[in-house]
Design a protein around this ligand. Structure first.
Ligand code: GLU
Length: 484
C-alpha cells in the first residue's frame, strides 16, 4: 500500500485563521493516523499578498500546537523545495508540456480586452474567457513571444461533455464542461496560479490525500482535468465545511477572534483550542469531547467529517478551556496565570494559594484580573452588601459580628488558615448563630465583593493579618455610619 502523505499548504498571509489551523490539524491527523508523512508547503505565488514575518507565524503555530511536520522548508525533505516561489521553473516546464499536448495555450489578451469581455458577460453573471487566443496560429504565437508581449498560459477545457470528481465528504460531483473557465495556469509575472501549482506540487510531492476548505470544491473539476492530461493519479479529496460565526456569516478576520493568535491572546490554552477545533465539523461519535493530540490521532477518521457548516461556538470553547484549566496541575496553572495576576496585583502575595482558588472557576485566563482586583485594594462598596436574606444578616447583626471578631483576629497567632477558620467558627458557636451570620459579614468586609473566589478564611489567609484587620475596621466604620 502507498504510504499516506498529506500536506498543509498555507499562504503566508501573516494570520493563522481558525479554519486554516483546522485544515492543518485534520491534515496532520490523517497522516499520523495512518502512520504517514505530514508535509508543510508554503504557497507564496501570489507575491502581492506577501507579508513580512508570515512564515514565522506558520512555523510557530505548528510548533506550539504540536503539529510537527516531517518535511518542509525549514526541515528539508526529498521532494523540495517546499516553497512555491522557488519552484517556478518546474511549473513552467509542466505548463509547456500541456501546451504541447493541446491542453493549454498562450494567451496574449490585454487587460482592456478582458475587461470588456467581463463587462459584456456581467448581465449573465458567469464570466468565462472566450478562447480567443486558442485560435492564434503557430506563427502568430512565435512572433508575439519573440517581441516580448506579456502572456499568460491558460488551461484548454472542452466545451462539451461532463467532468466528474469524487470528494470523500461531498460525494460525487458532476460539472458540465461548458461551465469550466479556461483558467490561468501561469501568470504574466511568470508565477503559477494556485490552481496550477497545487496540482503539480501535490503530484510531485506524492500527496495521497488533499485536505482543504470547501471553497476549493468548485475548482476541483479543473484540477482533475490537469491530472488526467498528465496521466497522473488523482489524490483523495477531503474538502472541509466552512466555519461560521453564526448561520449567516463566516468566521472572519474582522471578528477579532478568528485567528489562533487572537485566541491565545484572549487567554485560551493551545491544547483547548486544538481540541475544540478538532470538533468543528468532525464528530468522533460518543459522549467524550476532551481529546489530547495523541488521542485525536488514534480516533480521527476523516469519513466522519460533516458536510454542513460548523458554527464557532465561543461558549463551548470557553467551557472546554475551563475543563483544561481544571484538569491541569496547580503549578502549571499558576505559571500561566502569573502574568495576569501581575496586571492587577503589585503586592507580594502567595500566588499559589490564589491559583488554588481560581483554578476551578476560571474558564479563560483573561478573566483572571476581574476576579482578583480586591486582593490588591479593597473596592469602595456599599453597606447594603451586608444585608443578605438567606444568610440572615442585616446592618445591625453584621456590626455586632465584626466588632466581636476584630479583637479575636488581632490576637490571632500564628496567622494560618486553620487558626482563622477556628477563630470564625468559635465566634459562631459563642454567638450561637448560624455560620452565615459570621461568615457573610466577614467575607464582605475582607473583599468588598458579593462573590469572590474562596471564602472568608482563604481571603484572610492570603491578604495577611494587617490588611485583614484594616479591612474589618473599615467594615465596622461603614456599618456604624449606615446604622446611624
Ligand atoms: N494556499 C491555500 C490557502 O492558504 C491552500 C489551499 C490548499 O490547501 O490546497 O488557502
Amino acid at each position: 500500500m502507498t504510504k499516506v502523505r498529506t500536506r498543509f499548504a498555507p499562504s503566508p498571509t501573516g494570520y493563522m485563521h481558525v479554519g486554516n489551523l483546522r485544515t492543518a490539524l485534520y491534515t496532520y491527523l490523517i497522516a499520523k493516523h495512518a502512520g504517514g508523512d505530514f508535509i508543510l508547503r508554503i504557497e507564496d505565488t501570489d507575491q502581492g499578498r506577501f507579508v513580512e514575518g508570515a512564515l514565522d507565524i506558520i512555523y510557530n503555530t505548528l510548533k506550539t500546537t504540536g503539529l510537527k511536520h516531517d518535511e518542509g522548508p525549514d526541515v528539508g525533505g526529498p521532494v523540495g523545495p517546499y516553497i512555491q516561489s522557488q519552484r517556478t521553473d518546474i511549473y513552467l516546464k509542466y505548463a509547456k508540456k500541456l501546451i504541447d499536448m493541446g491542453k493549454a495555450y498562450y494567451c496574449f489578451c490585454t487587460k482592456e480586452r478582458l475587461d470588456t469581455l467581463r463587462a459584456s458577460s456581467e448581465a449573465s453573471g458567469d464570466y468565462k474567457y472566450d478562447k480567443h487566443c486558442l485560435h492564434l496560429s503557430e506563427g502568430e504565437i512565435k512572433d508575439k513571444l519573440a517581441s516580448g508581449i506579456p502572456y499568460v498560459i491558460r488551461q484548454n477545457n472542452p466545451e462539451t461533455g461532463v467532468t466528474t470528481f469524487h470528494d470523500e465528504i461531498y460525494g460525487d460531483i458532476c460539472v458540465d464542461n461548458s461551465e469550466l473557465d479556461d483558467m490561468i495556469l501561469i501568470k504574466s509575472d511568470g508565477y503559477p496560479t494556485y490552481n496550477f501549482a497545487n496540482v503539480i506540487d501535490d503530484h510531485l510531492m506524492g500527496i495521497t490525500h488533499v485536505v482543504r476548505g470547501s471553497e476549493y470544491l468548485s475548482s476541483a473539476p479543473k484540477y482533475n482535468r490537469l491530472y488526467e492530461a498528465f496521466g497522473w493519479q488523482i489524490p483523495t479529496y477531503i474538502h472541509c465545511p466552512p466555519i461560521m460565526k453564526d448561520p449567516h456569516h463566516k468566521l472572519s478576520k474582522r471578528n477579532g477572534d478568528a485567528s489562533f493568535q487572537d485566541l491565545i491572546e484572549k487567554g485560551y490554552l493551545k491544547e483547548a483550542v486544538l481540541n475544540y477545533i478538532a470538533l468543528l465539523g468532525w464528530n468522533p461519535g460518543g459522549e467524550k469531547e476532551i481529546f489530547n493530540l495523541q488521542e485525536l490521532v488514534e480516533k480521527f477518521d476523516y469519513r466522519n467529517i460533516n458536510k454542513s457548516p460548523a458554527i464557532f461556538d465561543t461558549v463551548k470553547l470557553k467551557w472546554m478551556n475551563g475543563q483544561y484549566i481544571k484538569n491541569m496541575p496547580l503549578e502549571d496553572f499558576n505559571f500561566l496565570a502569573l502574568p495576569y495576576y501581575k496586571k492587577v496585583i503589585s503586592k507580594k502575595l502567595d500566588f499559589l494559594k490564589i491559583s488554588k482558588l481560581l483554578k476551578t472557576r476560571v474558564e479563560v485566563l483573561s478573566e483572571i484580573p476581574d476576579f482578583l482586583d480586591f486582593f490588591q485594594k479593597l473596592p469602595d462598596y456599599s453597606a447594603d452588601m451586608y444585608i443578605h436574606k438567606r444568610m440572615k444578616t442585616n446592618l445591625q447583626n453584621s456590626l455586632i459580628t465584626l466588632e466581636k471578631f476584630l479583637p479575636r483576629l488581632e490576637s490571632l497567632d500564628p496567622w494560618t488558615f486553620e487558626n482563622i477558620e477556628k477563630c470564625c467558627m468559635d465566634l459562631v458557636s459563642d454567638m450561637q448563630v448560624k455560620n452565615g451570620v459570621v461568615l457573610w459579614p466577614v467575607r464582605t468586609a475582607l473583599s468588598g465583593k458579593k462573590s469572590t473566589p474562596g471564602g472568608a478564611f482563604e481571603i484572610a489567609d492570603i491578604i495577611g493579618k494587617e490588611e485583614s484587620i484594616k479591612r474589618i475596621k473599615t467594615g465596622i466604620e461603614k456599618l456604624k455610619k449606615a446604622n446611624q
